[in-house]
Design a protein around this ligand. Sequence first.
Ligand code: CMP
Length: 138
Amino acid sequence: ATNRTFTMIKPDAVQDGNTGNILADIEKAGFRIIALKKTRLTPERAGKFYEVHKERPFYNDLVTYMSSGSIVAAILEKDNAVAAFRELIGATNPAQAAEGTIRKKYAKSIEANAVHGSDSDENAQIEGDFYFPADEQF
Ligand code: CMP
């Protein structure tokens, strides 16, 4: 079924000038852009976005990193969007990401891993709504 996922291009990739390259890879893979914006998270909002990871040892560093620079947020649509997008971006740790994936090409480390991708349809909805009101989703 055609459905949606949510992504952020993270501060490392935006800083490196890879926003356009990553969006091009996403569109070439057949995703349609439903919503798109460049913005910056405060530490408080980054903490809220990643609240599910609050008890993890990497949480504080992740919040600091994700609020350290601009990000680009997007809602994407495709058949089986969540799984298809996770395949396109590759493993969380770029050292383990398959050849040709976005993280293999653009990520620096397990933290500065270029992009986020939702892990379920339910989280895709929650995460997309975190950034975009209904009248900004087309
Ligand atoms: P993301 O897919 O956005 O979800 C959680 C983020 O935490 C992850 O990508 C990485 O940026 C970051 N992170 C840092 N260390 C780890 C780790 N050991 N395991 C998983 N995620 C990590």
